[in-house]
Design a protein around this ligand. Sequence first.
Ligand code: ADP
Ligand code: MG
Ligand code: MG
Length: 204
Amino acid sequence: MQLNVMNTVQWMQRANEKMQTNKDELTALDQPIGDGDHGINMARGFQEVASKLEEATYTNVSEVFKDVAMTLMSKVGGASGPLFGTAFLKLSTKLKGEELVDQTSFSAALNEAVNGLKQRGKAEEGEKTMVDMWASIAHYFTDNEHSTPDGLMASADAALEKIKAMTATKGRAAYFKEKTIGHQDPGSASTYFIFEALAEVWKG
Ligand code: ADP
Ligand code: MG
Ligand code: MG
């Protein structure tokens, strides 16, 4: 697993495609336990990200993530805009100055992203938010020296199942308490699509 400017840009563009394709599904997930706008928020934000990346040129991965962060913060809105913005900003900060990002650096950066999300959302793992999906991805890269796209997705699939069974205690979904059991967390589902995009680009 190695990131350079080219595959990072491809990753974000693939993530945008996934947000467009799964827009309605993400919005449907946000209907029973939220306000039904998550797909709209993410599709709008990632469309802006794709346009931004297309018109700019970058010399390192950190700069790409910085533009992703700034764009998501200003265009997504809701709870998830500042949260995804924070996660990508942490990736950017942690990877500053690195030409080629290897798995060790990427794991460290993902762990920083998780810490940033926890701080920003005042959330811990186990509260049925995107923190759970980001944390599971960070754990996968930290714990598996020989990471693979299929391994990543198997671990993300398992995380989705676990998150679905949780009770929400943060964000809008927290109002629905036990009624959230058995419903998927929209922010975890969109995070899943972001990393599914990474797995696809990584596979080539
Ligand atoms: P909003 O709830 O403002 O309409 P979205 O629907 O775009 O925002 O995003 C909702 C998602 O944001 C949730 O599914 C959850 O994953 C995440 N989220 C909400 N509040 C928090 C929080 N305090 N900490 C971490 N993640 C959160
Ligand atoms: Mg919502
Ligand atoms: Mg909203």
